[in-house]
Design a protein around this ligand. Structure first.
Ligand code: C5J
Length: 228
């Protein structure tokens, strides 16, 4: 175990059993013209975390630890998108309609891709999820179990929607979950703050929160110990 300084207490990271999950770092949420912008949000807040998410991905790639990228994506015929989800946004264009980067939240459309700076590499897992959570209708739990993964480190957007939902689903399935503070963001700063507090409250009722610099320092110190 590597002790990562975290809230509410050190996170017991387990090398060999830990995967990074990068939630929905897609053009649809981060670039002008996508789903996020169509709902009236300031997408620049989300774009600002790209360098920190890239640094976190780099830590896992250096160690050849598994990385899972998710995309919120629906089939072109929208058969996996409940009418309630389409109706809910209110804005136009809605899910499935043409936006500035193709059909909104539809798999294979330009806007549905992960931003270029964080593009998955060969061998990394990419999951298309029709829900906000990463386990609903994806088969991911079975894949992670098969890989021996027990610990998940989270990054991505948005903190209070798809990141929090995925983390809660993971927590209920027994994974030890850590969210990296600088590598997640919301369109609403108060929602991010509230989510971080909710996760770590009551002795880590959903999981742990760590600073990127603390995770980096702990992993680098461990690498030096192993190398010496
Ligand atoms: C939203 C997400 N906010 N990835 N999706 O609709 O959080």
């Amino acid at each position: 175990m590597i002790a990562i300084p975290a809230r509410p207490y050190d996170y017991p990271l387990a090398p060999g059993s830990t995967a990074l999950v990068v939630i929905d770092m897609q053009r649809d949420f981060i670039e002008p013209g996508g789903f996020g912008a169509s709902l009236g949000n300031d997408v620049a807040r989300l774009a600002a975390i790209i360098p920190d998410v890239a640094a976190l991905i780099g830590l896992f790639r250096e160690r050849s630890w598994p990385i899972i990228h998710t995309r919120e994506a629906h089939k072109p015929d929208l058969s996996d998108c409940p009418p309630s989800k389409i109706a809910r946004g209110g804005a136009s264009p809605r899910i499935g309609e043409e936006g500035a980067m193709g059909r909104i939240l539809v798999a294979g459309e330009p806007g549905n891709a992960i931003v270029e700076e964080l593009a998955p590499l060969d061998g990394e897992i990419v999951i298309d999820k029709p829900g906000k959570g990463m386990f609903w209708a994806t088969g991911l739990h079975e894949r992670l179990t098969g890989m021996g993964i027990t610990h998940l480190v989270f990054a991505g957007v948005t903190t209070e929607v798809c990141v929090q939902t995925s983390m809660r689903e993971a927590n209920d399935r027994g994974y030890e979950c850590l969210l990296v503070e600088e590598a997640t963001e919301s369109y609403f700063p108060q929602f991010k703050q509230a989510t971080l507090e909710m996760i770590a409250a009551q002795g880590g009722i959903v999981g742990w929160i760590a600073k990127l610099a603390d995770l980096q320092a702990a992993l680098e110190a461990e690498a030096k110990t192993v190398g010496s």
